[in-house]
Design a protein around this ligand. Structure first.
Ligand SMILES: [Zn+2]
Length: 290
């Protein structure tokens, strides 16, 4: 929690704005979020930190900084920024998918993010794509996140190399497997490394299988992808995903959907949350003055 407080302090200091001028704080958080209550319901990060369960983050931030706080799902906030200043500026209906160490999504309908009756809609990463697949952090087997997130891809490549499968990645990291990154795997695939290519192709296939269902269900014209998998060479993944959608989704919807890549950086969730909190706080200030 202290590191969360420290990063808020740091953001205020770096902005050059005086602390008294801060009217609200927006927090974009991964995991399962109850944004109505400002609670992080679960935030599993195997090997990185202890799992969070039912952490009343909004209350803690408000107590510490004495200004209103909003706690929102990080992918929803990135999608909001995409709609305000990114490639979705002129779109009112689209699906936004972020693939990082986990997988999340946000569905925009009529210019607004769809939250679901309970506020937790958009858990694309927890769609089952292999009912007998590996255990996911949510307790289900074969979720998309457990098969196609950057974390899952890195784990798959690492375990294959450990079992003796040859890959140029082994030389790049000089047998220090902890150093393997998704960027290395992407680069190796471009250099025709068979293991890297197969790992990415398998992930793209799983993403395509899940997305074909979404395409059938929602008939979106645009799906926006973001995250490190789509940074250096977006077509590598997009072409494979598109192929699977054409194979599996209904013909009309499959031909109508266009897959594009976000041009915003990794700080999009934080920027989106800051704008969201500012709009809320400033709105309230105006309402009080009126
Ligand atoms: Zn899951």
């Amino acid at each position: 929690m202290e590191s969360c407080f420290k990063s808020i302090d740091q953001a205020v200091n770096e902005s050059g704005v005086s602390k008294d001028a801060v009217v609200g704080i927006g927090v974009a958080h991964s995991g399962v979020i109850d944004s109505n209550q400002g609670i992080v319901l679960s935030f599993p990060r195997p090997g990185q930190m202890a799992e969070w369960r039912s952490v009343a983050l909004r209350e803690m931030v408000e107590e510490r900084f004495k200004v209103p706080c909003v706690v929102e799902d990080s992918v929803r906030m990135a999608a909001l920024l995409e709609k305000q200043v990114g490639v979705a500026l002129d779109l009112s209906d689209f699906v936004y998918i972020r693939i990082g160490m986990g997988i999340g999504s946000c569905i925009f309908i009529d210019g607004e993010p769809y939250r679901g009756a309970g506020g937790s809609a958009g858990e694309f990463g927890h769609m089952t794509v292999d009912e007998n697949g590996p255990l996911c952090s949510c307790g289900n087997n074969g979720c998309l996140s457990a098969l196609a997130s950057c974390g899952a891809i890195i784990q798959g490549v690492t375990s294959a190399i450990r079992k003796g499968v040859h890959s140029r990645i082994q030389e790049i990291v000089d047998n220090d497997f902890e150093q393997i990154t998704i960027e290395m795997i992407l680069e190796a695939a471009v250099q025709n490394d068979s293991l890297a290519f197969r790992a990415l192709n398998a992930a793209a296939t799983h993403i395509g299988v899940a997305l074909a269902d979404v395409v059938n269900l929602l008939n979106p014209f645009v799906v926006i992808f973001s995250g490190p998998l789509f940074q250096s060479n977006p077509r590598l993944m997009l072409d494979s995903i598109q192929r699977v959608i054409r194979q599996r989704a209904l013909e009309k919807a499959a031909h109508e959907v266009q897959l594009i890549v976000s041009t915003l950086g990794g700080d999009a969730p934080a920027l989106g949350a800051a704008r969201f909190a500012a709009a809320k706080s400033i709105g309230k200030l105006y309402a009080q003055k009126a």
